[in-house]
Design a protein around this ligand. Sequence first.
Ligand SMILES: NC(=O)c1ccc[n+]([C@@H]2O[C@H](COP(=O)([O-])OP(=O)(O)OC[C@H]3O[C@@H](n4cnc5c(N)ncnc54)[C@H](OP(=O)(O)O)[C@@H]3O)[C@@H](O)[C@H]2O)c1
Length: 298
Amino acid sequence: MKFLITGGTGLIGKSIVQLLIEKNHHINVLSRKRGEDTKQVRYYQWSPKNQTIDFTCIDDVDVIINLAGENIFGLWTKSKKKKILESRVKSLQLLKKLIKNRPNNVKQIISASAIGIFPNSQEIIFDENSTQKGNTFLANVVKEWEREIESLKAFKINVTTVRIGMVFCELGGIIKVLRLISKSRFLSFIGNGDQKISWIHLDDLSELFYKISQKNYNGLIHAVNNNPTTMLDLITNLTYKYKLKVKLFIPSLILKSFFRLLCLDDFYEDIANSNKNVVSKRINKVHPDLKYTSLKDL
Ligand SMILES: NC(=O)c1ccc[n+]([C@@H]2O[C@H](COP(=O)([O-])OP(=O)(O)OC[C@H]3O[C@@H](n4cnc5c(N)ncnc54)[C@H](OP(=O)(O)O)[C@@H]3O)[C@@H](O)[C@H]2O)c1
């Protein structure tokens, strides 16, 4: 099979590309940068911002995987927030132009989305049938992102939306961020630390994307391992595993006021104090044998 993958140079993308190589597939990576071609991987350039693309990237492609988007970590300035939203919406708009204007054999498009669409809640368990949506910056970004994904159905191909939970892996993602924070001696939990974190390991996530393509799975699926942890358990586990010394407790009111002073209320709700108990009723049908189902497996 031939895959076209956007965001193939990022954390999740690199892992999926590696898995596809091992499974003997061919991959076209659509990137804003130049890359070095290999026997199985070819790089094509695009610019979602300027809406330019090398149209030949779709030739002979069976499945498109869309992962492109400005990284959400960093200081949420006005311009960063604009990039977070526009990079996702414009990437999909450019993919639509590509599918519309270049004859192709694409049968399926699998796009990343995020569980950030849900509101924070200590009580509610969200699954694929839940209709509640948050109203924070990130929730609104994901709503627009998913609207663009939905509009791909007009092409009469299978469209799969993968709402990804927090991705854990040894060397990247949130664990890398937490290890960096710990170096500045501020690794901490907020309030009583019982905020729910719904997560999936990078290896399981890559395998899930692969199985979705092989089973031609259609529709919405949550990429979480159905065993959410809490902020306290995660920090406790990391401090033990990586021998990190610092474990502070920050009263939530103090941190909330701090973020409010910096006009970063949304960042506090969406990232620092995120609290979402998200499960999947569908993952078992597609990928029943996840390798990482508890923090002990990390
Ligand atoms: N990691 C997580 O915990 C997590 C959780 C939920 C959802 N997701 C979503 O899954 C997708 C992949 O995540 P990731 O962790 O692999 O992200 P990542 O490491 O930041 O990679 C994202 C890729 O998107 C492209 N990109 C970055 N900024 C862009 C911009 N302004 N305009 C267009 N393209 C841009 C880059 O590719 P080029 O430089 O090659 O163009 C980059 O390699 C993202 O959409 C993310 O929101 C991730």
